[in-house]
Design a protein around this ligand. Structure first.
Ligand SMILES: Cc1cc2nc3c(=O)[nH]c(=O)nc-3n(C[C@H](O)[C@H](O)[C@H](O)COP(=O)(O)OP(=O)(O)OC[C@H]3O[C@@H](n4cnc5c(N)ncnc54)[C@H](O)[C@@H]3O)c2cc1C
Length: 366
């Protein structure tokens, strides 16, 4: 049979190749450019017919030596513990990727031409704004952390990390418990049932700090007694306080780390875990992926979203239409019908806080 030309398409390119219509059902030929090595496999479109033929192009990267991505600013702090609370720390023990890896991953999806129209910073900020999150997953961070168990209990709820924790079945529990200074006893918040506001006076705080020490020492004593009597570590530990420190290796990708940080650096998070999240963000992530960190602070931490109703209220206020804003709130069930007493409403309180931060007077305040 005579030679024929067939065409194969592989991202954005058309290749032409001669192939011989012989008795072989399929055959293969190779082609290489600067980056890829292609193998075309010609297959019959319909079995049992002489043609037409389609080409399946299979591509491999040409073998090339790649340098490992290094970030000198993180290499300088690998293993360095950043102190948190009285006896806790976070330290980076390993990492993979950098801002550059995010950009590299994104360019696979957008094509190499993107480089000409966007700078790396612009691209990373675009990805962050538009929640194109998978490029951030190309970066991984492994931390060694030392945390009191009450804080760890919140931390471990983040399921997208890989964790290996110190075992108090296998080893004697760490002989350290987090202590609270007499100036640091927080009072229960009145509006937010999960939060705190203000502090106990120092004199009373002194008493609570002293009682805390007694309790921690007694718990440790009882634990040691049990171990001395040969009671299994897995059972002896059960009355240790939640203030006891634990340690873990915690590995997570940058996308999920940003999710963790956005929840745990937030003002609504408990103060203790907030200190850990802030240390991870400010001491480590800011050095590791500075452009992504900057974008995260800008779009995730520094910004907030407006719901449809909130947007309508803001639009009305921007046009100086306070009555229209009140009507929108009333129709959305955020305000009672005119003349009825205003009751507490959590969503309305959140809107009020957003309006104040935008510099508006709350239209139903007066
Ligand atoms: C201020 C605050 C108060 C809280 N109060 C409470 C409380 O009172 N009680 C309580 O139990 N918890 C509470 N939590 C914990 C909270 O509900 C989450 O469990 C925790 O923050 C982990 O969040 P996450 O699941 O988004 O994170 P991750 O587990 O890290 O998951 C990241 C994302 O991956 C996806 N994902 C992960 N696993 C699954 C899955 N199995 N199915 C579907 N999607 C998945 C989700 O999109 C998720 O957002 C509180 C958290 C905060 C920040």
């Amino acid at each position: 049979m005579s030679g024929r030309v067939a065409y194969a398409r592989w991202p954005g390119r058309v290749f032409a190749a001669d192939f011989e219509l012989g008795s072989a059902f399929q055959t293969a030929c190779n082609h290489a450019d600067n980056q890829h090595r292609f193998t075309f496999v010609w297959v019959r479109r319909a079995p049992g017919t002489p043609g037409p033929y389609d080409a399946l192009a299979v591509s491999d990267l040409k073998p090339q030596k790649l340098a490992r991505v290094v970030v000198p600013a993180v290499d300088d702090i690998l293993g360095v513990p950043f102190k948190v609370l009285d006896d806790g720390f976070v330290r980076a023990v390993d990492y993979m990727g950098s801002d550059e890896s995010i950009v590299q991953a994104a360019r696979v999806s957008y094509g190499s031409g993107t480089k000409r129209v966007r700078e790396d910073r612009g691209l990373i900020r675009y990805l962050m704004r538009h929640r194109h999150t998978t490029p951030f997953e190309m970066c991984e961070l492994k931390l060694h952390v030392r945390v009191p168990m009450d804080c760890w209990r919140q931390w471990i709820r983040h399921r997208t990390a890989n964790v290996n924790e110190y075992s108090t079945r296998y080893s004697v529990a760490i002989d350290a418990a987090q202590r609270t200074l007499s100036t640091e006893w927080r009072l229960q918040a009145s509006a937010n049932r999960q939060g705190s506001e203000g502090f106990l006076g120092v004199d009373e705080g002194d008493q609570h700090s002293a009682r805390e020490s007694e309790l921690q020492e007694l718990a440790r004593e009882v634990y040691a007694e049990r171990l001395d009597r040969g009671i299994a570590r897995e059972q002896a530990r059960k009355d240790l306080p939640l203030s006891t420190y634990t340690e873990a290796y915690w590995k997570i990708d940058l996308h999920n780390l940003f999710h963790f940080l956005s929840l745990r650096m937030d003002l609504h998070a408990q103060a203790e875990i907030r200190q850990y999240a802030t240390a991870i963000g400010e001491e480590i992530v800011s050095k590791w992926c500075p452009i992504a960190w900057e974008a995260f602070l800008e779009y995730r931490m520094g910004g907030f979203y407006l719901s449809a109703v909130e947007t309508s209220i803001v639009r009305a206020l921007a046009q100086d239409k306070a009555e229209a804003a009140r009507t929108i709130a009333r129709e959305a069930g955020l305000l009672p019908p005119a003349g009825q007493p205003v009751k507490r409403n959590r969503e309305r309180a959140e809107i009020e806080s957003k309006l104040r931060s935008l510099g508006f007077t709350v239209p139903w305040d007066s």
